[in-house]
Design a binder for this molecule. Structure first.
Ligand SMILES: *Cc1c(COP(=O)(O)O)cnc(C)c1O
Length: 217
């Protein structure tokens, strides 16, 4: 698995270089570990990497409880859809939930936070491309949704998006960046294997990288 570590160090260097060139802060690399073996995760963890993203609660529940015991300072983000009936499990396992995408989920998170006395930081997923098949709050509904989360006292710390696959991502990143500024939300999660350099120009906090790190899934 020499190539995984090669990819890893090249990516870290590339994030730094891109950030330096565009006078931005270097974002944190989130290793998107869906469909990856425990062995691959262990390689990165042994190398000192601590930030991972999973898009399925069920899969994460199979892989992460043991890894988190072994590496207690490891941080795990949920970057895929969260069903209301899995909120309880997700809140226990994930350190950050990036995919708050509908009012019913906001209500359930508030319930579970109260019940468990755990408050994980949340990002609102915005459907910047207004794609009908994609999760996320529509731009025109954003402000009222944010007000709702504030009434529920949810800890909203930022915004996340997945731009349409066949469009240039730049306008989506620019939009999310402007929304975060306007509503004073400190964190942005945007940029994946093929567009992370553009996301860095728009001051992303985390780039979510799968393919460029582990290879094709
Ligand atoms: C899979 C996934 C990624 C990583 O995508 P790559 O193109 O493999 O880097 C990032 N974000 C989300 C939400 C994903 O589901």
């Amino acid at each position: 698995m020499i190539s995984l570590l090669d990819n890893y160090h090249q990516l870290i260097a590339s994030l730094r270089k891109t950030a330096g060139t565009s006078h931005r802060q270097t974002p944190q690399l989130m290793a998107v570990s869906k469909a990856q073996s425990i062995e691959n995760l262990d390689i990165l963890l042994s190398e000192g990497h601590r930030l991972f993203g999973e898009n399925r609660v069920q899969e994460a529940l199979q892989k992460w409880p043991l890894l988190k015991e072994k590496y207690p300072d490891c941080k795990l983000h949920l970057i895929g859809p969260l069903q209301t009936n899995k909120v309880n499990q997700a809140v226990r396992l994930f350190d950050v939930i990036e995919t708050l995408d509908r009012p019913s989920l906001a209500v359930e998170l508030a319930n579970i936070y109260h019940k468990l006395q755990i408050r994980r930081p949340l990002l609102i997923q915005v459907n910047t491309g207004r794609e009908p098949q994609k999760a996320g709050i529509l731009p025109e509904d954003f402000e009222s949704f944010l007000q709702m989360t504030r009434a529920l006292e949810l800890p909203i710390v930022g915004l996340m998006c997945v731009p349409p696959i066949n469009e240039e991502p730049i306008s989506h990143f620019a939009y999310l960046h402007s929304m975060a500024k306007k509503y004073e939300l400190p964190y942005l999660s945007m940029g994946m294997s093929y567009d992370y350099k553009i996301a860095i120009e728009y001051e992303t906090s985390w780039v979510r990288i799968g393919t460029a790190l582990f290879g094709q899934r």
